[in-house]
Design a protein. Sequence first.
Length: 460
Amino acid sequence: MTRQAIIQQIFERGREVFFNQVLQTKQQRLAALNRLEEELRASEKRLLKALKLDLNKSVHEAFMTEIGLIYGELSHAKKHLGRWMKPQRVGISLGQMPGRVRLHSDPYGCVLIMSPWNYPALLTINPLISALSAGNTVVLKPSAYSPHTSTVLEQIIRQAFPDDLVQIVTGGREENQALLDIPFDYIFFTGSPKVGRFVMEKAAQHLTPITLELGGKSPVIVDQTADIEQTAKRLLFGKLLNAGQTCIAPDHVFVHRYVKQKLIDALIKQSQLIFKDPTYVEDNWPRIISEKHFKRLKGLIEQNRVVYGGGSCTERQTIEFTIVDSPPLDSPVMQEEIFGPILPILVYDDLNQLIREQQQRPKPLALYLFTKDNRTEQRVLKELSFGGGCINDTVLHISSTKAPFGGVGNSGMGHYHGKYGFQTFSHQKTILKKSWFFDVSVRHHPYKSPDTKLPKWMLK
């Protein structure tokens, strides 16, 4: 049997299971989420070990940025699922009386979730939680670049869902291509804007609805009022997670000229405190995912003026935290999403000019502003478009189960987390139920008068 035929069979099995109505009730969906959680907890040590093998993530970082967030999403979904599933009553017009209108959240059917390598557990399982909560059957496609984690995820899925509520396909580009040739009922993709465009083109062939969680160059703005010591500490927190291989990592910094050197000095001081022990670095500093990515990052460093760091280890495939001073805006490090531990520092003098320049750039997935000035805060929030972000911190906005996460423009479309993920994987079906008690005769043929006053009044 060909690869395409096997994947077609997987899809048809997913739709068959969906139409058997095995996820129609709250109890059925809770049972599926409980089975998933049981297998995740039973496999937690193996999952942590796999993340170590794939990315050299420490137990602390892997739990803080992946496993713990998965448990939080599961707990939130199970607690609120009944409320999310309940049909929502909305107001009606006079012309719809007597009757009532309710919004029903219907699952799409058999959905495809394609996840990346940088947070291979979190970005596979969290969308899965949303899809199952909404009542869909799921085909998962984890990344080929994190094979150890993909293997453990496959074992978890097969153990938790022997009934094929969730199926998993492993492999590389050929499998991705074969999956995208299938008319799934919904596609949820996390990855680069370049691949996201291709996924969207393929989805358009079947008019398949889609969510794209992409990336981009997420800027940091530090003005002259910021607490520089705290700024450096919090900026490094976001930049160093997974060695910068994070879609919402601070990509580059625009700092007011007045505090530029203070910020650089504070970043160097904080970095030296973190990396003073070589043993700590070996055990806790994530590796760059592939040789190709490693060489690309080294090339970005070599082309620019390095004021701190710049070293690398080919054997361990690691790169030091590196500060690059004032690279040209048309240089590769300022044109490409860095996705690594390289931090360009650029100065600005005039906030008005900086905002105008940022308005001309692709909309980023995140933006971070460090300031004590409320007027600056309001201007940045109102005048710049971006997926989400923080004031006086970095990346923590992604951790909330009560708020949506997603991009805009070049950084993606759609969102998820908590009820917003449930809504993403649900079709909102509007149903009007009329009473037999009364009917409005003016709407029926034959129309007796050219006067529109009554229809206008009824349609208010």
